[in-house]
Design a protein. Structure first.
Length: 228
């Protein structure tokens, strides 16, 4: 299968224009965090599907849509691109040769609640998140517990985060269908929204992402580069 390999601050995705199925994704994904299937594209827009390593589909990915935008920018030279994922549109603007600013659209933050003895805030960024304030080292315990809890019949992404001494938010993320990943764009937005901090620097093991909230809209800035 023809594909290219891209890195978005520690998140690795394979991009292909070939048709994918759950079986082909599981066979081809290797050690990547997922695959992006490009259905259609023009000079400054494209429609994609986001696949998790287990062959399930994700409704949204901040890092994945940023990679998709950079993929098309390299091909056409466009500096402003719209990425369509199902019913959601993400607007992306190339800032330089690596960094991209995205308008991820509306974010919905729910009231704090508890499941499985863990207190969290549910956040909708076009995909589901459960943000836990605490020591990120607890992610290996909390992530698998909340991902499949009955509170989330379609499973959820999980973040464990805390504000560091320098004001940045340290976080680790457990992605639905993928397990722990080094970074996540939609998770960065979910964490900033749940903590009510803007602008916010979200520090993942894979690097830092910047989030800005304007009302209920979220803007995400980070890199995307081709590595193979």
């Amino acid at each position: 299968m023809r594909s290219s390999r891209w890195d978005a601050q520690g998140n690795i995705y394979l991009v292909t224009e070939e048709s994918l199925t759950p079986d082909s994704v599981r066979a081809e994904v290797g050690d990547a965090d997922g695959m992006l299937e490009v259905f259609r594209c023009g000079d400054d827009w494209l429609e994609i599907a986001i696949w998790n390593p287990d062959g399930s589909r994700a409704e949204m990915s901040g890092n994945g849509t940023r990679i998709a935008a950079r993929w098309l920018a390299v091909r056409t030279g466009a500096t402003e691109i719209v990425v369509r994922v199902g019913p959601r549109e993400v607007s992306a603007r190339m800032l330089d040769d690596t960094r991209v600013e995205q308008d991820l659209g509306e974010v919905v933050v729910s009231e704090p609640e508890e499941a499985g003895g863990v207190r969290f805030v549910a956040v909708d960024v076009g995909n589901p998140h459960a943000v836990v304030e605490g020591d990120p080292a607890d992610l290996p315990r909390i992530g698998p517990l909340l991902e499949v809890h009955e509170r989330f019949p379609r499973r959820t992404n999980v973040q464990v985060a805390r504000v560091a001494d320098d004001g940045a938010i340290e976080a680790r993320v457990w992605e639905r269908g993928a397990g722990e990943t080094a970074s996540s764009g939609s998770s960065a937005v979910a964490v900033a929204a749940a903590f009510g901090i803007s602008p916010a620097t979200i520090r993942f093991p894979g690097g830092e992402l910047l989030v800005r909230l304007e009302g209920t809209r979220a803007f995400l800035t980070g890199p995307a580069v081709r590595i193979a």
